[in-house]
Design a protein around this ligand. Structure first.
Ligand SMILES: [Zn+2]
Length: 415
């Protein structure tokens, strides 16, 4: 936990330290406990908590005796409705928007299909529409909405809030996402990579969780990795860490856009699994489409998404052809997870993202065994495999949490 400092110049910093401590304690803290937790003097805690009470971020919630004689102490708790933040996730398939309260709970959500042609202006318009919808949630004061965090496929220029050449969404090339959305909504905006946001969400949910060193394998239209190392979300030198799409998992595999064969991203992305399903006859092609073995079809994002759902459902229902396709992607994921865990000494790999839930049962059933088989002699300890508990909107939740973090978490103020 961050420690405060007793200097007037950093009063705002102390507010974030105290608020962060209160947020992490479901039972609340007395002022005496807060002083012990934060390293701040009793007087500073009294001043800071008064300001936080005035702003409606915390409240007094009864009294408690803390084992020592003397009068019971007043307990301070977070006031979840004291502020809100919005998170938007732009995926080439779906636009997800969530409204989080100060405690990180999802209070409202809205979804829009991404424009099938990937048009940037139409994508922004859909995002703004979703933001307006969640702002109308009853009981939410728009004046108390701190800002909008946007999770976007990388690479990004985080300083300028611009998306740069996302490989699976060519229409968003050099899209000035932050400024456009800020102008349209009148709210402060920040842009972060979707995989980073996913890792932020996972860490917010469980800051002192089972592992301090884990990877979040983000499975959406493409695949990427968010990293939590030493308990901190790792973003890299240009905020673009986690681009694992071209990590080799199968030398005999399918040709990737980079010219090599068997890259992880290309091998497991939903489009690739759908094409394998069409070639093998497991999936029925859209009307009027001629399938030629080994030749990729141009399919819009909605069709890929629908066929991917059909493939996953067929595998769940016991169709062996569908199972072979999904299981191949699981083998590739096991190979990838093994290498990544060895490289970074991870003890946990969490899977999630908008395409994850459909294949989750089979992955969680097969992947640990595959990993154990591969890992003879590679890893010095076991690696737990888990599915994210946050659901399809994990990147949107993380983007909103990043806004709350930027406002209230001492770590980001120090950056
Ligand atoms: Zn590649």
């Amino acid at each position: 936990m961050a420690r405060g400092a007793n200097l007037p110049a950093i009063a705002a910093f102390n507010e974030t330290v105290v608020l962060d401590a209160v947020r992490r304690s479901p039972d609340g803290f007395s002022r005496v406990e807060l002083a012990a937790r934060t390293g701040l003097s009793a007087q500073t805690v009294t001043n800071v908590t008064r300001r936080l009470l005035d702003r409606g971020f915390i409240r007094e919630a009864g009294t408690r005796s803390e084992g020592s004689p003397g009068k019971p102490r007043t307990i301070l708790r977070l006031e979840p409705g004291g502020a809100h933040a919005i998170g938007v996730h732009l995926d080439p398939t779906v636009i997800a928007c969530v409204l989080l309260d100060l405690a990180g709970a999802v209070v409202a959500q809205a979804h829009r299909p991404s424009p099938p042609d990937g048009d940037a202006a139409a994508t922004l318009a859909a995002a703004v529409d979703a933001i307006r919808e969640v702002l109308q949630t009853p009981g939410v004061d728009p004046e108390r909405v701190i800002g909008v965090g946007v999770a976007a496929p990388g690479p990004i220029d985080a300083e300028r809030g611009v998306v740069i050449r996302p490989p699976l969404a060519p229409g968003w090339n050099d899209l000035p996402l932050r400024d456009e959305l800020a102008q349209a909504t009148g709210l402060l905006c920040l842009v972060a990579k979707d995989v980073t946001c996913a890792a932020v969400a996972e860490r917010w949910r469980d800051p002192a969780g089972a592992s301090q060193d884990y990877a979040f394998v983000y499975y959406g239209t493409g695949v990427g990795v968010g990293l939590v190392l030493g308990g901190e979300v790792y973003t890299g030198s240009s905020d673009n860490a986690g681009d694992v799409g071209h990590t080799l998992v199968d030398p005999e595999g399918v040709r990737c856009s980079c010219g090599r064969r068997g890259c992880y991203g290309e091998s497991v992305r939903p489009y690739r699994l759908v094409m394998q399903g069409l070639w093998s006859g497991v999936l029925t092609p859209p009307p009027g489409t001629a399938v030629v073995q080994g030749e990729d079809l141009r399919l819009d994002v909605e069709t890929v998404d629908r066929l991917f759902s059909e493939l996953a459902a067929a595998a769940e229902a016991g169709h062996t052809g569908a199972q072979e396709i999904v299981d191949r992607s699981i083998r590739h994921s096991a190979f990838f997870a093994s290498n990544l865990s060895a490289l970074l000494d991870l003890d946990r790999v969490v899977f999630g993202g908008p395409s994850w839930a459909r294949v989750a049962p089979r992955y969680l059933d097969q992947l640990p065994g595959q990993l154990a088989e591969l890992d003879t002699g590679v890893l010095t300890h076991g690696v737990a495999i888990a599915g994210s508990a946050i659901g399809d909107d994990v990147a949107a939740v993380g983007a909103a949490a990043l806004v709350l973090d930027g406002t209230f978490s001492p770590r980001s103020i120090l950056r």
